[in-house]
Design a protein around this ligand. Structure first.
Ligand SMILES: C[S@@+](CC[C@H](N)C(=O)[O-])C[C@H]1O[C@@H](n2cnc3c(N)ncnc32)[C@H](O)[C@@H]1O
Length: 205
């Protein structure tokens, strides 16, 4: 008999206890623990950042010398620290140069490329074609990567498994030294979400 979905699971309670805005915090924490992506001083772009738990985890890991810029259709939580800037907008309509400029407005100096790009963007699930919308979001991320990520930089991008998943994984693999699918423990068993973790952006030829 199917079990009812438990919304308030161990990660939900842990997030409440530890002051994270969402249980998703533990997905990024596990990805980073395993794949070693975020370093002190890094400049990080977090796409689909609301309410802001990945912003919190990224800010902790890059420390006071790092900068984290987020973008989401929705407003993110305020007060996440002087080195965190969350913008509101649609990734399809945002000029990538504005995101690099936003990071420079926090860090000072000229705009430069990000060290790590994260995307936890997801469509509002409807049960019909969600995997296709998710793949479109991923391809938008891959489209802006060459302009925004430094050679050697890393990418984490959420994708709903479906017909487009192997293709998107292959496209990431062609751009990076390594690209693999990863399902963190905090990702619900019933969810079709996966993360493509791509390390070492190849320099443009
Ligand atoms: C799973 S939530 C992100 C949770 C976030 N990582 C956290 O830890 O708090 C997915 C987010 O993707 C955002 N999103 C979906 N489509 C987007 C788009 N076209 N541009 C920007 N953000 C988008 C949604 O508004 C939503 O807030």
């Amino acid at each position: 008999m199917p079990q009812p979905r438990r919304l308030h699971d161990r990660y939900f309670r842990q997030a409440k206890a530890e002051g994270y805005l969402a249980r998703s915090a533990y997905k990024l924490a596990e990805i980073d623990d395993r794949k070693k992506l975020l370093r002190p001083g890094d400049r990080v772009l977090d796409l689909g950042c609301a309410p802001g738990s990945w912003l919190q985890v990224a800010a902790e890991r890059v420390g006071p010398a790092g900068v984290v810029v987020g973008l989401d259709l929705k407003e993110s939580a305020a007060g996440l620290g002087a080195r965190v800037l969350a913008l509101q907008g649609d990734v399809f309509e945002t000029d990538p140069a504005d995101l690099a400029r936003a990071a420079a407005s926090v860090a000072g100096g000229e705009p430069r490329a990000f060290d790590v790009i994260l995307s936890d963007m997801a469509p509002n699930t409807s049960g019909h074609g969600d995997d296709l919308v998710s793949a479109r979001l991923c391809r938008r991320v891959l489209e802006i990567v060459p302009e925004l990520l430094r050679p050697g930089g890393h990418l984490v991008v959420k994708i709903f498994e479906g017909a487009e998943y192997p293709g998107v994984l292959g496209e990431a693999g062609a751009m990076f030294g390594e690209a693999r699918g990863f399902k963190p423990k905090a990702s619900r068993e019933v969810s079709r979400e996966m993360y493509i973790v791509a390390k070492g952006l190849r320099a443009a030829r």
